[in-house]
Design a protein around this ligand. Sequence first.
Ligand code: NAD
Length: 520
Amino acid sequence: LQTQSVNTVPHTVTKYHGPSGRLSHETQLYINGEWINSQTQDWIDLHNPATQELVTRVPQATSAELAEAARSSELAFKTWKKTSILSRQRILLDLQARIRQEMDPIARSIVEEQGKTFTDAKGDVLRGLQVVEAACGIPDLLLGNTLPVSKDMDTYTIREPLGVTAGIAPFNFPAMIPLWMFPLALACGNTHILKPSERDPGAAVMLAKLAEEVGVPKGVLNIVHGGKPTVDFLCDEPSIKSISFVGSDTVGKYIHDRGSQNGKRVQANLGAKNHGVFLPDANKQHSLDQVTGAAFGAAGQRCMALSTMILVGESKEWLPDLVERAKKLKVTGGMEKGADLGPVISPEAKARVEELIQSGVDEGATLLLDGRNPKVDGKYQKGNFIGPTILTGVKPSMRCYREEIFGPVLVCLEVETLDEALAIINKNRYGNGTAIFTRSGAAARKFQEEVDVGQVGINVPIPVPLPMFSFTGSRGSIQGDINFYGRSGVSFFTQYKTITALWRHEDVSDAEFMHMPTMK
Ligand code: NAD
């Protein structure tokens, strides 16, 4: 294995001076094993959300470039599907080793393009890496079933790859979510065309370089860039058999419908509004620490952020302590020492979050902690920063409750009973994650049984399952019915073929050959 750092691999060919006067580069496409400068006239500038410095510009790939990606993926599938399972496993083992070695450079790229803190960015890579590690068990995961069904007759199933698969990723986990997609697709014998978010494609580019380095053959993994035109291509291109999407509601529904109408298998994870229920018997320090991290960490830009707090009975008296904790969080650039949360992704996202905070105030909520216009170090004055914000007295009818805010804003509702809390959660349109904090096993069991949400934490604020399980958001947080990673992920990336075989020792005549075979 070569162990050249991805940082030193020359993937940044065309240099130019951005508005900040700093040398920058164009993000390249990776098509048929080549790193390509797009011929497009249509570029998307990518700014560091903490400083507004231009980091790179991302191409809206041309139709010809996209067609070439699909052509090469289709061609590569012919040989990749026949590559032995142990060879594919070997490549994945090497890939996971290289990702582990390159975690810091990948995390630095995430901080620069996405804004989250360095520690959080390493968590982003690590949670994706765990999926690659699990995919290394692919020989076991692909085992089929077999049964001798009659005299001299066996039926057995084989899990076969689909062909060319595609992935469309969001901005908030630029390493983890691409790693939910292409490694398992490849392990199952598919080829893959990945479109990272145009807002932070750097981590995916670095991961593709590692894949190239460890021997993923040309065309087996392609990286294309862009916005809607690229997405429409992936939804319409006949050679693409499946689409994996993670992102917002409107886009997810659109992709699910358009892809499905074109006969593709689509898995789509959408938005969320995750509620944490705090019973008064809970361990107070633990609960408050956990909600502080889960509501404000990553500036609230996690689909599993615990963005809604339901305080049951006397636990509402904990609010002043919560405010004290939130006030202490350090809002600054993600590489700064002690940074707790960085900026949100764009000035537009910042304006939207601020507007939702104001809507809460206008609709009668109390702004217990206002994070608008936080104090940040001089060099970050232009960044998209919002500090931790807490709204209390929130009602389910308010916009700040109904909409996914996707910023460091915690909305708090107060109720008297667990039943009331359950009713609120089950009425919410989303079903991604939820958590209960309590010392009562009976209350936790009741919550687990009665809550209609796909991922439940008991004294655990962000219950994202490890990859021996699957990511199982439900209701409005998902379209399609096959989950990401784990056994469900293998089901998504494969289709069964079932063979019934008869091998007779002697040549005998079958008296009932004209009837429906009953295989008795
Ligand atoms: P987004 O929907 O804006 O973008 C996701 C992808 O869709 C990107 O690759 C983007 O290029 C593409 N896209 C954007 N606009 C499009 C359009 N009009 N037509 C076609 N394609 C388009 O999402 P985002 O803002 O990048 O990500 C944040 C959202 O993702 C949040 O809602 C969050 O909850 C959700 N999310 C969900 C999960 C989950 O597992 N449920 C995980 C992470 C993020």
